[in-house]
Ligand binder design. Structure first.
Ligand SMILES: *[C@@H]1O[C@H](CO)[C@@H](O)[C@H](O)[C@H]1NC(C)=O
Ligand SMILES: *[C@@H]1O[C@H](CO)[C@@H](O)[C@H](O)[C@H]1NC(C)=O
Ligand SMILES: *[C@@H]1O[C@H](CO)[C@@H](O)[C@H](O)[C@H]1NC(C)=O
Ligand SMILES: *[C@@H]1O[C@H](CO)[C@@H](O)[C@H](O)[C@H]1NC(C)=O
Length: 450
């Protein structure tokens, strides 16, 4: 009997202990493991399916600055812009060429995205709204002329002797140059010492761009973002040479049509390129103002390189972290360190923004790598939030994206300063809110954010 009591007592202790274990160790551990199971990338799991093709599209919101006084600007007034948006697109993502490493700890893939306009959530805005925007490709082409096509023009000079036509574009450029905000000063590229070639270009501009009456463009979101604004249609002579020159540069935002004409659009259908991730995932939005060829945002149905990411099988805290992009751990876009070693700006880190490792509590900062702007962007925790009743953490882009750039922030590697005659601070960096993407695109480009 005594023995029995002891045994029962023993069992009681075991029960009590296992109760405690179940309560305090086993259950949370099971939860923990379930979380890992549902976040790591293992073939055949639900998470794998979600990762391979997003089950629901992401919202992709675009805001565009509409210039409401284009003719006044032609008379030297300041442009008045009204932000119009959001134009909302469904963004579908599908991964291809998926290959796991032998130990399953890494997976490589490319990713296609497709955009479909969402008229319901964009209402009352439509894809065919009339907008007046900066004629970006024309401005960009003025730069090309300044740099590369100058020679082409000189060669034609002897054949075609045009007198200066007083096309408003040149006068307007000069006026804008007189204003000294950094963004506008970029237009200086087309100024003074090349004035001679510009005079000739004036005549040709009419042929290339179909008689622009201002330096703005009337277009629709559908045309400007996807279908493309046509130019270089049926050109001959110098204009044709310039168009060839433009075509040869293989710019992400310009594509050649079967009839030989060119088209400019933000999200061009063909050619290589990709998108600025809607940084906040669902409900993410893009609110930007791009001067000159905007960074080739993700095209409809094209991929943005080969990613190799961590599956999280060995280390859950590295789930979906990028290991390699196009086989490399560093970029060759931003300034190197003086030792020649890759700088922090050139390091490829973080995730692509569509997935993150589990157990985020207390994680103050995360990094996203965006192939469009050839760099990583930090996001920092700003508080808690919820999505359809599910608690969530809210992260926002950190100041070091476009604002806090320079030696004082330890990231002067972003001060590439390639745009001729742009107004820079004494330390050689652009002003707050601007980033020179020339090395990223092989064209003079400036990303500015409002
Ligand atoms: C954009 O501005 C123009 C005036 O320049 C106006 O006619 C047009 O309706 C505006 N578009 C939108 C979508 O607000
Ligand atoms: C993107 O391509 C798909 C398939 O070709 C098409 O259905 C869709 O309308 C396109 N999206 C845009 C915004 O042009
Ligand atoms: C070009 O035209 C101007 C004025 O019409 C004339 O003075 C000049 O001699 C011409 N140049 C050539 C190379 O024909
Ligand atoms: C950085 O250094 C590498 C070699 O270490 C070189 O190939 C590359 O051109 C340099 N990049 C820049 C932007 O100077």
């Amino acid at each position: 009997m005594v023995q029995c009591t002891l045994i029962w007592a023993g069992i009681g202790v075991v029960m009590a202990v296992s109760g405690a274990l179940l309560g305090w160790v086993v259950f949370p551990r099971a939860v923990h493991e379930k979380i890992i199971e549902n976040t790591e990338l293992r073939q055949g799991t639900d998470q794998y399916k979600r990762w391979e093709a997003l089950p629901q599209p992401l919202d992709f919101k675009v805001y565009i600055f509409n210039v409401t006084n284009p003719y006044e600007v032609m008379q030297g007034r300041r442009p008045k812009v009204v932000e119009v948006g959001p134009y909302i697109y469904f963004q579908y993502r599908q991964k291809d060429n998926i290959r796991f490493s032998r130990d399953r700890s890494k997976v490589s893939y490319s990713q296609q995205q497709m955009y479909v306009f969402d008229p319901e959530s964009s209402y009352p805005l439509t894809e065919n709204d009339e907008l007046t925007v900066l004629n970006m490709h024309m401005n960009s082409i003025l730069q090309i002329i300044d740099n590369q096509a100058k020679e082409t023009i000189t060669n034609f000079r002897s054949d075609v002797n045009n007198t200066l036509e007083k096309i408003p574009v040149v006068r307007l450029i000069k006026r804008i140059i007189e204003r000294t905000t950094p963004i506008q000063s970029i237009l200086q590229i087309a100024e003074d010492e090349t004035y001679d070639s510009l005079r000739l270009i004036n005549v040709e501009l009419n042929r290339i761009f179909g008689r622009p009456d201002t330096m703005f463009l009337r277009t629709t979101p559908k045309q400007f973002l996807f279908d493309g604004v046509p130019f270089c249609v049926n050109v001959i002579g110098i204009a044709k040479a310039i168009c060839k020159e433009i075509e040869k540069r293989n710019t992400k935002t310009i594509r050649t049509m079967p009839d030989g004409s060119l088209r400019f659009s933000f999200f061009s259908h063909v050619s290589h390129g990709k998108e600025v991730q809607p940084l906040a995932g669902k409900g993410g939005q893009l609110r930007f103002f791009l001067v000159f060829l905007p960074c080739g945002l993700q095209k409809n149905m094209t991929d943005d390189g080969m990613f190799t990411i961590n599956t999280g099988i060995k280390d859950p805290s590295r789930t979906q972290m990028i290991e390699l992009w196009n086989g490399r751990t560093t970029l060759d876009v931003w300034n190197n360190r003086s030792s020649g070693l890759p700088s922090s700006c050139n390091r490829i880190l973080g995730t692509d923004g569509s997935g993150y490792p589990p157990f985020r509590t207390g994680v103050e900062r995360m990094t996203i790598f965006s192939t469009d702007i050839c760099r990583t962007v930090d996001i920092k925790l700003t508080g808690s939030s919820s999505y359809e009743g599910i608690p969530a953490l809210h992260y926002e882009i950190d100041g070091n994206f476009l604002h806090d750039i320079g030696p004082e922030y330890g990231n002067e590697c972003y001060c590439v300063n390639k745009i001729p005659k742009s107004i820079v601070k004494s330390n050689g960096c652009l002003y707050r809110g601007a980033l020179d993407l020339s090395n990223c695109f092989g064209e003079y480009k400036l990303l500015a954010r409002q």
